[in-house]
Design a protein around this ligand. Structure first.
Ligand SMILES: *Cc1c(COP(=O)(O)O)cnc(C)c1O
Length: 366
């Protein structure tokens, strides 16, 4: 069986360091917002090239707290429109709803699958913010959206939950430092994943940082003094310690993922698949290696028979989910078509050469 993502193998590489940091935390007994959180926040900000990082409980909260933070600061108002890609994980859209803002769903670029710059300009004119999702680990059109944000006076936000370490060809900056504020998830399957839930915001905006630090901790700076209506959304201290350990391996792991992607792109020679667009640079960290195929059900059966695990990111677009039926009127044929045709192949830094070759060989015999 070729695993889609072998979480045991990925994390077992760090077993001794994890156990040492667990023992230390047990000894220190400072479990909430301890030193591990501030240490990781500083390390991750330095890694991304931003001035600040604020740890949160998960990626959805990181997005939501950015938007709530802007509302608190008066930069966004309840009911303002926020442009979001229709082709994304549902969290992007939920964050807008949780902040009492109005998501406007738009189509992706058919090759990169990230939010298209060729969106109707009238939509940008009516909006107050736009969220670029660096989907599957590939940066959205950063240059294009910097211009759009400037032209239409929009707040630009990154959903970088799948893009830790992806680096722009334009300015050599990393995901997290390509907008006004960025949200990360450290969910275990992400390229930088904890051993439980975790998230974070990166930004150079000190006002926003102050508000998010309040919002994540009951609106409180000082214990039992509550300045705003807050949440409980702190990054867990133990998870922060694990993330500091794994951060050191992130660049190496991302490089390995790119090597695997290059091997797939070179090795898979079968016109039944549309392979992903990749410009060969570090702007992609291959959180997922996504191919398109006509008869997906038939292909998944073929993969099952050949003992290759697969996933679909994602099988049903957000606007067709029962939870979001208020958006079912959106006409998004490209998003709907992509969701019917895509499938993700095994991809992780712990795949062996034999695993990689087997995937290539099996696809070439389909
Ligand atoms: C994983 C993910 C999120 C949400 O992260 P959680 O930590 O699961 O809350 C948001 N957006 C995208 C694109 C993601 O892949």
């Amino acid at each position: 069986m070729i695993k889609f993502l072998d979480l045991y193998k990925i994390n077992n590489r760090f077993r001794d360091a994890f156990q040492a940091s667990f023992s230390k935390s047990l000894d220190d007994a400072h479990f909430i917002l301890g030193n591990n959180v501030s240490t990781f926040e500083n390390e991750f900000a330095a890694y991304c090239g931003t001035e600040f990082c604020v740890g949160t409980a998960n990626g959805l909260d990181a997005l939501t707290l950015i938007l709530k933070g802007y509302v608190q600061l008066g930069k966004l108002q309840k009911g303002d429109k926020v442009i979001v890609p229709a082709n994304t994980f549902i969290a992007t859209i939920l964050s807008v709803l949780h902040a009492e803002l109005v998501p406007v769903l738009v189509e992706p670029n058919p090759d990169t699958y990230t939010i298209s710059v060729d969106t109707d300009k009238a939509l940008f004119r009516e909006a107050k913010a736009v969220i670029m999702v660096h989907l599957y680990g590939q940066l959205a059109d950063v240059g294009g959206f910097h211009k759009i944000a400037q032209d239409f006076n929009l707040l630009l936000i990154e959903d970088a939950a799948q893009a830790h370490g992806a680096t722009s060809n334009l300015n050599n900056r990393k995901a997290g430092n390509l907008s006004d504020a960025a949200a990360f998830s450290f969910y275990p399957t992400k390229n930088l994943g904890a051993l439980g839930d975790g998230g974070g915001v990166t930004t150079n905006d000190s006002e926003l940082v102050d508000v998010i630090k309040l919002l994540r901790n009951y609106g409180s700076e000082e214990k039992y003094t509550n300045k705003v209506i807050g949440f409980n959304s702190r990054l867990d201290d133990m998870q922060a310690a694990f993330l500091s350990i794994k951060l050191k391996a992130l660049d190496r792991d991302n490089k390995r993922r790119r090597e695997i992607a290059n091997a797939y792109l070179k090795g898979i020679k079968n016109s039944k698949f549309k392979l992903p667009f990749y410009d060969g640079s570090e702007n992609h960290i291959f959180y997922a290696f996504v191919v398109e195929v006509d008869d997906r059900t038939n292909f998944t059966e073929f993969l099952n028979k050949n003992k290759i695990e697969w996933l679909i990111h994602y099988p049903i677009p957000p606007h067709q989910q029962e939870a979001l039926n208020e958006f079912s009127h959106f006409k998004l044929p490209l998003t709907e078509k992509i969701h019917k045709r895509i499938i993700s192949l095994p991809m992780s830094p712990v795949m062996t050469e034999h695993d990689i070759q087997t995937v290539i060989d099996v696809l070439n015999t389909y």
